[in-house]
Design a protein around this ligand. Structure first.
Ligand SMILES: [Zn+2]
Length: 107
């Protein structure tokens, strides 16, 4: 388990687009959606986040039943050794984005 200070250091090294997705959530535009026929009964839909390139997928029957779904994060998005984030840990990561934005602003 990492301390909040250790997590802040890790968060400061994350790409800005990863921090944006952690603030806003991922962006799934229709232009990034793909479909693939798996078999006579199954379609696989995938969509890539416009910002961080995370990929989510849904395997759906032709009648609409959801068979399988998942999300594949880009390398480095999931923080190794951190586990499920607490509210305080999420705050620390958002604070890294706040610092990043403040650094870029011209007053
Ligand atoms: Zn994203």
């Amino acid at each position: 388990m990492k301390s909040l200070d250790e997590l802040a250091e890790i968060a400061d090294e994350l790409p800005t687009n990863y921090l944006r997705c952690r603030l806003w959530g991922h962006t799934w535009p229709e232009k990034n959606e793909r479909s693939e026929v798996i078999d006579l009964n199954t379609m696989k839909f995938t969509c890539v986040c416009d910002s961080c390139e995370a990929e989510k997928f849904r395997n759906v029957t032709v009648l609409g039943s959801l068979l399988q779904s998942g999300l594949i994060y880009p390398e480095g998005y999931v923080l190794l050794g951190v586990g499920h984030l607490t509210t305080a840990e999420r705050d620390v990561i958002r604070a890294a984005y706040v610092r990043r934005v403040l650094e870029r602003r011209s007053y």
